[in-house]
Structure formats: C-alpha cells, structure tokens
Design a protein. Structure first.
Length: 255
C-alpha cells in the first residue's frame, strides 16, 4: 500500500514540475500582425511607403574575414544598417558584435543555434530567442527586438512566440543571393533590378561578392534619391497589418 501511494505522489510531482516549467515561458500574446483568410500569420517582407527609403541587412552566421571591409564601406558612406547575428557567431566573435554596435549599426536576433524553427515547440523557440537576445544585450547594452528566422522558415507558432517576446519577425523582399557566391556585378544587378521604396535587402557578411557589390550599390542608390536606413527605421510605428504578400501597412491613424 505504501508503494502505491509513493508512485501516485511521484506522478503528481512530475505534473507539477512540468506545469512549473511552462510558467517560466512568457505568456503567448496575440500578435498585431494580420491573419490571412487561411489563418496564417505573415512576417514582414517589405513596407508600404511613399518615401524613397530602403533597409539593408546582413546575416552573420559564419566568418569575419570580410566584415571589416563591409563596415568600412558603410562608415565611408555614413550608412547605418541592420546585422542579424546568430548566437553561436556571437559567442565566437564577441569583439565583432561590439564593433558592429560601436559603428552605430542595429543588431537583430537570428536565433542562437540557427535551427529549423518550425521543428521546435514554443519552449524551444523562446529558448533560441532569449539565449541569443541575452548574449547580445550583455555585449552591447541593447536588447534586440528584430528577429529573422533561420532559412526564412516560419509558422504561426514561430511568429506568435517571437511577438510575445517583443520581436518583429523580419524577412526580406530583395535577395542578393550573395551566399551562392555570385560575383559583385551579379549581386549589383539583382539588387538594383528589384529595389523599390520600402524594400528590405538581404546580404551576408561572409559572402565574397558582397563587399564589392555594396561599394557600387550604396552610391547608386543615393544617386537615385534613396535613403538607406536600418530595418527598424523603415517600419511603421504603432498599429499595423501585414498583407498576404508580406507588406507592412499602417492601420488608420498610424504612420
């Protein structure tokens, strides 16, 4: 009889522990993003705007060999951008995290281990974001609030958890495809052929054609009257909605 009572106690103790763990995960809130007719949440790919503004972003998941070249070009043209950093890259290159921030660039969260986010449950998604967010904050003093999912992979669960943690989920509307080792000229042609007001451009810090490409792209964009800004500066403030194509629009009364 005593043995039976002991087993019941362990069973209930296990349930209590599991519930206690779930309480540690921030409460999931309904995001202010719109839901498509199919019930699917959409991340932000670009922004509806009449201003000739575009955002340039760099994903950092491997290497630093070309990062100084990129940073020097951005500084020469007095351009501020957004770097989405993976946590294991942050762990390996903390000096570059500090340098990027010191140069005035915005830092976004690209998860800690660069997993397929759709394969994770809510706790796993939150862990990836919180661990990397804390690392970035410890090094720079700034808590990131932009999140780019690895591989561009997302789901309602991923966006909902990210939103509950205070993140905008950001994709891109112009893909340089620099990770395919395109030449600088090929990257230039791809980007300049697709750019428009409100575009978010994706580059990678370790792609060999990227430094040469941005040396041409930045002055060309300026000549065409574009202002290049970090991702957060192109986003609408206040309430917004995202249409089925991933374009961010302000709700009535927003800006």
């Amino acid at each position: 009889m005593r043995v039976f009572v002991l087993k019941v106690k362990w069973k209930y103790l296990l349930i209590v522990l599991c519930l206690g763990f779930l309480v540690l995960i921030p409460q999931i809130k309904e995001p202010i993003m719109s839901v498509t007719s199919s019930g699917r949440l959409i991340p932000i790919y670009d922004v509806k705007t009449e201003e000739k503004k575009v955002a340039i972003s760099f994903d950092a998941t491997w290497g630093t060999e070309l990062t100084d070249d990129i940073l020097d070009t951005l500084r020469t043209h007095n351009i501020k951008t957004t770097f989405f950093l993976a946590g294991y890259w942050v762990d390996k290159h903390p000096d570059y995290v500090v340098k990027i921030a010191d140069y005035g660039h915005e830092i976004g969260n690209h998860s800690y281990s660069h997993p397929h986010m759709n394969s994770l449950n809510e706790q796993g998604i939150a862990y990836e974001l919180e661990k990397n967010g804390s690392l970035i904050e410890d090094l720079t003093g700034q808590r990131p609030f932009l999140f780019r999912p690895p591989f561009g992979e997302y789901s309602n669960r991923v966006i909902t958890v990210a939103t509950s943690l205070g993140y905008y989920t950001i994709q891109w509307s112009v893909d340089s495809l620099d990770w395919k080792n395109l030449s600088s000229s090929q990257i230039f042609d791809r980007v300049m052929g697709s750019i428009k007001p409100g575009s978010i451009v994706l580059f990678h810090n370790a792609a060999p054609g990227t430094p040469g490409a941005i040396r041409r792209i930045i002055p060309d964009l300026k000549e065409k009257g574009y202002e290049i800004v970090p991702v957060s500066e192109i986003l609408h403030k206040g309430e917004y909605y995202v249409d089925h194509a991933g374009t961010m629009h302000p709700k009535k009364g927003g800006n």
